[in-house]
Design a protein around this ligand. Sequence first.
Ligand SMILES: *Cc1c(COP(=O)(O)O)cnc(C)c1O
Length: 428
Amino acid sequence: MIEDSKQAEFALPPDLLRRLQALQPLLWVNPGRRLQPDPISPADVDAAAERLKRAGPLLARRIPELEHPEGLIESPLLPADKLRDALDGSGRWLLKADHQLPLAGSVKARGGFHEVLEFAERTARQLGWDGQSFADLGSPAWRKKFGQYRLVVGSTGNLGISVGLLSRALGFRAEVHMSNDASEWKKQLLRERGVEVIEHDGDYASAVTAGLAIAEADQHSHFVDDEHSASLFTGYAVAGRRLAAQLERQHIEVSPEQPLIVYLPCGVGGAPGGIAYGLKLIFGDRVHCWFAEPVHSPSVLVQLASGSTAPLSVYDIGLDNKTLADGLAVGQASLLATACMQDRLAGVFTVEDAALREYLTLAGKLLGEKLEPSATAGFAGPGWLADSTVGQQWCAAHKVDPASATHVLWSTGGGLVPDSVYQRWLAD
Ligand SMILES: *Cc1c(COP(=O)(O)O)cnc(C)c1O
């Protein structure tokens, strides 16, 4: 494994490797080579969309703050022109406000809820449910039965919150394995809601390994695997058709002349990868998806740029994976996500913590939205395309005029951040 990684490291162009190691913010354009077949099919995304629809009545019954009558878990698409003006951008800017997603307050509601619902459906069938009415699974009798089962997940925070809170709402037990540098407030919130939190020395990867081992030893446990789960990925991908419907309702055309450019904060790549996959299914060449990663944690960039399917982590090139953006602090990309992104992703740009702080302040001041640092990483994207040489070349090659495009900044989290924590970020 290490040998493979080292080989891949040398496959990184020397100039790119040098700039990554110097922690220089940069824009990397994906050459788009296809190295392996897709691990996900469009039919898988249809199945996830259908499942979420069927489960709507159960969600509406069990999540009190869910206002949508059919139990749809969705976030608003908000105007962000004030942000555009402050950052000297052009074209139409929109904020996809996933920090407002109910219960979880982050993009992880999309994937995490889908996987919990898939597990609930499977478990209920094994226990004799006829599959007719999802709403029935919200009854006290079913909640009692679900109490024999447990969902286990390793998480830096938001995935644990998403999986943990929905599991508890349906009656399952939930266990979240965290590295001991995960935020205190997240651990506290989970414990208050009846989720078991287990802390581990070391980083996120060691928490994941520990969680997996525990779940595998217990027949009544299901492990939510952030790096490999197709259930998470397809749950995220449903966002593609949801965004398409919102754009249509707002009469926003998506065409070769007025393309959609989407900027997605990226950790392991599952959430942004799923969303990009779902958007590509619908819009094809009319959408361009870019990932945003911290300069200390460019895991997907490193993996895709290596041009290899052997895993290569940010540690392998000497980076420390330490960033204010805890939702993006991931050393090793999901190989499921990079396989799907190999020829679908436009590219990746990297962002410094100082920029995230600035964007956090701007989002609060200009848009009135309280985000977490990770959620703002995409804000740097339009500037990279319009103002850098590499970005301008990319625009020319793809016949994209940023002034005619619709720029969607995907705001991935912050909905549950306590005010005291938020104020501290602003003060720093
Ligand atoms: C998890 C997360 C992301 C990125 O998702 P990945 O699947 O790890 O790439 C982005 N922003 C926030 C706030 C997150 O919690």
